[in-house]
Ligand binder design. Structure first.
Ligand SMILES: Cc1ncc(COP(=O)(O)O)c(C=O)c1O
Length: 374
């Protein structure tokens, strides 16, 4: 559902005048505020920002200065996080399947904490990074999460201890257990069930004297996308914090890998109408960004956005489309919009995560420019 808004328009107009469109305006203040909200709501959990959500160098620098750790998924991400000022001990290599070369590079850079979810991966890690601290990722329910992750990752929880024992036999240091409840998880029961499963593994590991002192609760923390929704984070975080206190004593170190929660609310994607047509008796507005660009989350992340415009007036059902020659590049149908003119601004808030990160240059179009604002 689209919305008209005149107030915010002046600030965006200034930015557009200086930087053009398409532009992803990213607020440093909101990045810091989201990190602080996370720390306050989950005081026992250390946030390792999942930089896949938004890897802009200035975002990483802002978060590194605020003391965040980083979840990195590749050699390039590792280098970007280190370049932003994060010390190697504040990085977790949280891609369970890693090229051997990337494991060697992590070892060379002093990054020793990594996740795995297969015996084959353990052999690779043992060869390339002897003595690395390894965390076993378990499969947990992803029911109702917008992006399902347990399909591709995680071992059966019943196999976790034997894999940690195998890690020890290979000369690695078993370190803990991790999970991911699925991204944009609005069903807090997923966290509760996963935490209970992790607690059983930690208890069992103690009995068998296998080190398992870290519980990594992954990402998935949800954000609000539409103005008329309640913010889903605080109620969920309250429940998670209580479960953590109930299940884990002070000897257990808790970490998390929030991506969307940190970067999503900080980003506003600002576009312009570059073309207009009437098709099927409806107005179609062609914007200068679309699903091959910073709105790629519509395809890859199942994202939905609230599109806002700076015009008032009688609304009509309209279609928003992107600038490429592909008919897949339709952003939204059935948007209630006043009649727009060429050059008008259309923007979407809460677009800081999984947006520019997966934008392409398809049709020779430059991805949106990332602009950090105070
Ligand atoms: C291993 C891992 N950690 C963390 C995240 C971040 O998840 P979210 O953005 O839902 O917080 C992802 C997302 O895909 C992931 O794969």
């Amino acid at each position: 559902m689209a919305k008209t808004n005149n107030k915010i328009d002046r600030r965006l107009r200034d930015l557009v005048r200086r930087h053009g469109t398409p532009m992803l305006a990213i607020s440093r203040a909101v990045l810091r505020a989201q990190l602080e909200r996370f720390r306050k709501a989950l005081p026992r959990v250390e946030p390792f920002y999942a930089m896949k959500a938004n890897p802009c160098a200035a975002v990483l620098k802002t978060l590194a200065q605020a003391g965040a750790g980083f979840d990195v998924a590749s050699l390039a991400e590792m280098e970007a996080a280190l370049a932003a000022g994060a010390p190697p001990e504040r990085l977790i290599f949280a891609n369970t399947i890693k090229p051997a070369r990337a494991i060697s590079a992590a070892a060379a850079r002093g990054i020793s904490l990594m996740t795995f979810d297969s015996e084959y991966e353990l052999d690779k890690i043992a060869e390339r990074s002897p003595g690395a601290r390894v965390i076993v990722r378990i499969k947990v329910p992803n029911v109702g999460s917008i992006v399902e992750l347990s399909l591709k990752f995680g071992v059966d929880p019943a196999d976790a201890i034997s894999l940690l024992i195998k890690a020890h036999k290979l000369g690695l240091r078993p370190a803990g257990v991790s999970f991911h409840v699925g991204s944009q998880c609005t069903r807090v029961e997923n966290y509760i069930e996963a935490l209970e499963t992790a607690a059983i593994i930690v208890r069992d590991a103690r009995l068998k004297q296998v080190p398992c002192g870290i519980v990594d609760i992954g990402g998935g923390f949800p954000i609000r996308h539409f103005d008329d929704e309640d913010d889903p984070f605080d109620p969920a975080a309250g429940v998670i914090a209580r479960e953590i206190d109930r299940l884990f004593d002070a000897n257990v170190r808790l970490i998390a890998e929030p991506g969307r929660f940190i970067a999503g609310p900080a980003g506003t994607l600002v576009m312009r109408v570059v073309g207009k047509a009437i098709r099927e008796n409806k107005h179609w507005y062609y914007l200068d960004d679309g699903v091959y660009g910073a709105l790629s989350g519509i395809v890859f992340d199942h994202a939905k956005y609230q599109f806002k415009v700076a015009r008032n007036g009688r609304t009509q059902l309209s279609t928003l489309a992107g600038p490429t020659c592909d008919s897949l590049d339709i952003i939204a149908r059935g948007e209630e919009l006043p009649e727009l003119e060429l050059g008008d601004i259309v923007y979407a808030e809460n677009a800081g995560a999984y947006s520019l990160a997966s934008a392409t240059n398809f049709n020779g179009l430059e991805p949106a420019k990332a602009v950090l604002v105070p």
